[in-house]
Structures are given as C-alpha cells and as structure tokens.
Design a binder for this molecule. Structure first.
Ligand code: 6LW
Length: 491
C-alpha cells in the first residue's frame, strides 16, 4: 500500500520506536516538554497507523514540570523493549537529569524514574551481550563534546564505566539523538546533526565494537531535506531505525511542514515521518529517495492509512494535554462536558493555568464549543507558548458579558474586536487554514467574526522553542466555565 507523510501529524517530535516480538506491535514515544502527562505513547500494527494509547509519565512523581519554561522539561525520549520489559529513557532538560522508567505492561503504569549521571540530552539504550549501553549527547569524562557512552546496571542506573566520547559526528553542528544498533557484525551509530531546523540531517557511523572506533559513512548525511527546494517538508532529522515484520528497514524521524511553499514558517510543530531505509552492498545505511524524505512511499502490506477526523470530549482522553502540573480539582471532563474552574494563572504565565487541549494536527480545522460562564474569562485558544497565543473568549464586564478575540504576539496584546452578548453563554468557534486562524462567536444562530490572526506568528520561527500549536479550552479567574458540545474537526 501507499502511505502519505507525516504518518503522525502535529506536535509529536523526536520519535523513537521499538518492536515487541511477543505481540507483533510497534511502539513509539515522542518528546513533550512543558506538557503533562509527559511522553506520548503510540501503538501500531503497520508503522503507518499509530494509535495514541496514553502517556508514559502519567504521574506527577515521575516528572518535575512545575514552573518549567516553555520548551524546557521533557526532551527526546527513547523506547526499547528487552526481555519482555519496556524502557523509556529521556532527559528533563530543566533539571538537567537523564532518567528512565520501565513497565512490563505497556498499557499499564510505568515505574518511578531511575536517574543516570551523564552529561547532555537525547539518551538512548542498547542491550547487547548481557550489557546495557547508555548513549547520549554531551561532554565525556575527558571534556570531549559529542556522542558519549557509558555502561550501566539497568536494575539501578549505576554507571559501570566512565563516560567516553565515541563519535563527534560527520562535522555538522549539534551532533545529537544517538541510537546504536547491532546489525550483523556491525554496530551502527545513527545520529542527527545540523540542529532541529532547516539544516537538520541524519548521519551514521559504524564500528565492530560498541566503543568504536566509529567510521563515518562515506555518503553522509544519509537523510536530509536541507537541499530540497522548493519543498513543503523540511527539517528532517532525529530518527530511530526499525525492522518491519517483513525484515525491511525504516527510519521514523521528525520533520515539519511549512505553511506554504514560499513561506518558511511552521506552526504545527515537528511531526513524524516514515522513510524506507536499507543497508547497501558495502554495509552502509541508506534512507529515503537518494537521501531525501518524500511525501509518499510504498510499503508492503494490505492495509489503509486511517486518520481521525473528529475529536470530542468523550473520544480524546488518550490525547489531552495540560500545562506543567495541573491541579485536577479544577477539571471535570467527561460525558460531553468539560467543566473548568479558572485560577489566577493566565495563558501568559509560566505556570499551570486551567487549560486542556489537543495538538493541532492539520492546517485546516474547526474547533467549537458552547460555553457557559459565571464570571472571569474562559474560551478557546490556539496556543504556541505563553508569549504567542490567540483566543476567542467570553468574559464578565460591568454591564454583563462580552465576547472577545485577543491576539498575543511577542507579549504584545491586542483585542481585535469585542461584542457584548445578552447572556452568559454563546458558541465559540476557531477556524484555521494554512495562513490564518479566524475567531467567531455565535448566539441564536447568528455568527460574528471577531477577528483573524496569521498562523506564521504562532510558528516556531517566530516563537522559538520546540513545540507546536495546541488547540485548547481554558478558564481564568476563580469561576466556573462549562464547555459542552466540544468538537475539533479536520476536513
Ligand atoms: C532534541 C534534539 C532535537 O532533544 O531537538 O531534533 C531537541 N532534535 O535531539 C528537542 O526536541
């Protein structure tokens, strides 16, 4: 069958994948930064259709997120399956600590974190010959910056060796995202270089031992879209290698989609791409179409690519996102309703305002809900981070209630329009396409457009950082907001 990239759309960066021999299923994790729960987890039968099955770090004790900066917190994870146990290893970049958790039931709870004392980010594990290798970026014991490795006791996280540099990459900046694989007699080290922007790439080296000496692949980078122009798909890099059930190799990697061919902005975050890979007659890894990730590929198997087109309160539970450490007393979500109690925290704060949302997965969408408030402010937001977000909201004013459209760009706030409404309830709507978000209020079947904001100002190019837009319901002030009939629809 033919599939289309990205295979997982929206803000799901830094994919890592493993195959569970015992069930024939693939599992994937992604990074999650300041959002809770941490590390989204997906299951797949075919590498193309990925079902969200929840989050790895679902307890606050597993991840320190209080007051973390946007794009701080949980960086790139790795998932591995070994001896019937799943491991997820990641870095909390705010506390600068690597840690891993494990479970014997992928659909159940994961352990409390076990930390490993090594510098850097992007940790990975390789199990080989009864040993566990812990590989990350960072500075080694001799002060060398690059890809660093130690051996650990997987039961305790204790280091059994020092940390030693094993490769500095092929010469690109930011050698990161290392994963090591033993295939035949070779140890392949696959990393990303160039930074997670337009110059991103995947490079590779190989050695006869996990400690090297690693020899750089003569045709590095093995995968990059840095010279593909014009092209919507950019930033291809940070990937993990996986054998499918037919023995073919693939890379699941991140990339992003520009809002338009000639507009180098992306607001959906970094997404997941599936790229065919292989090993050539000289024993080197290759990937994509002459090293480029295209939009569509053939994959052996008789299945179709499915996409969820409608999210409601009752079918989104595996995907809700909260900011940092939410106070769940402020949320009652289910049976078609989200009842939110606002606090003093606003969308402008590096805190946990009352906020519950979903990744924006596609440029074109409509999100709507009937909102009933008894004071304060509540509404729908397209949220990139605390300094870049747009919202349509109802709020209490002296004479009653009003609907507003507010844009926040670089901390500059502007109310595009306001409309006094005769009751404390109305339907709020956000419609998006590649270029703009438009904000509507509807009462008695009469819809008014309150304003429009350009998508490019909610892009990573403007706001910086590593996240993508979350479409959310929120409430501010010590009052109750009842959202009913919430729908997020993709065309
Ligand atoms: C991640 C690094 C990267 O840790 O971006 O794209 C960083 N690659 O490997 C944050 O996602």
């Amino acid at each position: 069958m033919r599939y289309t990239n990205p295979v997982v759309k929206g803000f799901y960066p830094d994919p890592s994948v493993c195959f569970d021999q015992s069930t024939g299923k693939y599992y994937m994790v992604c990074s999650s930064f300041q959002y809770f729960p941490g590390v989204p987890l997906f299951e797949s039968d075919d590498l193309v259709n990925w079902e969200p099955i929840g989050y790895v770090l679902s307890k606050k004790s597993q991840v320190a997120l209080a007051d973390v900066e946007s794009s701080g917190g949980v960086f790139a994870p790795t998932i591995r399956c070994h001896d019937g146990r799943f491991y997820m290893v990641t870095t909390n970049n705010t506390t600068r600590k690597h840690f891993y958790v494990y479970t014997d039931d992928i659909h159940g709870q994961w352990s409390e974190p076990i930390t490993v004392d090594q510098d850097g980010i992007d940790p990975s594990l390789m199990f080989d010959g009864g040993k566990t290798y812990f590989i990350s970026t960072g500075v080694d014991d001799d002060g060398i910056n690059g890809i660093t490795q130690c051996e650990i006791d997987i039961a305790t996280g204790t280091k059994l060796t020092g940390s030693k540099n094993i490769w500095c990459g092929s010469g690109g900046r930011y050698p990161e995202s290392p994963h090591m694989y033993k295939i035949g007699d070779w140890y392949y080290l696959m990393i990303a270089e160039g930074g997670t922007e337009y110059g991103h790439m995947i490079t590779c080296a190989r050695a006869r031992s996990p400690w090297g000496k690693f020899e750089s692949c003569p045709h590095n980078p093995i995968l990059t879209n840095r010279n593909k122009a014009p092209g919507i798909i950019q930033g291809i890099g940070h990937g993990d290698l996986v054998f499918d059930k037919n023995g073919s190799l693939h890379i699941l990697c991140l990339g992003f989609r520009q809002i338009d061919l000639w507009m180098a902005y992306h607001n959906l975050g970094r997404e997941v791409f599936l790229v065919p890979a292989g090993i050539d007659e000289n024993g080197w890894l290759y990937a994509g179409s002459d090293g480029i990730c295209e939009e569509s590929y053939e994959l052996e198997g008789d299945f179709s690519q499915r996409e969820k087109k409608l999210y409601t309160i009752d079918n989104a539970s595996a995907e809700w996102r909260y900011l940092r450490h939410p106070d769940f007393e402020n949320y009652s979500v289910g049976h078609g309703k989200a009842i939110l109690r606002g606090s003093s925290k606003t969308l402008d704060d590096t805190a946990s305002p009352t906020f519950i949302g979903l990744c924006q997965r596609e440029f074109c969408f409509e999100m709507s809900a009937e909102l009933n408030i008894d004071g304060g402010e509540a509404g729908l937001t397209a949220y990139m981070c605390e300094s870049e977000h747009y919202e349509v909201a109802l709020r209490k004013i002296e004479s009653g209630f009003e609907a507003i459209c507010r844009l926040n760009i670089g901390g500059i706030k502007h109310i595009m329009n306001s409309a006094e409404i005769c009751e404390n309830k109305a339907k709020l709507i956000i419609r998006g396409d590649n270029f703009s978000y438009s904000f509507f209020v509807s009462q008695g079947g009469r819809e008014i457009c309150l304003g429009t904001g350009q998508t490019k100002y909610l892009s990573s190019e403007v706001s910086g950082g590593f996240t993508g837009v979350i479409l959310a319901m929120y409430a501010v002030g010590g009052n109750t907001a009842e959202f009913s009939g919430f729908e997020l629809k993709y065309s």
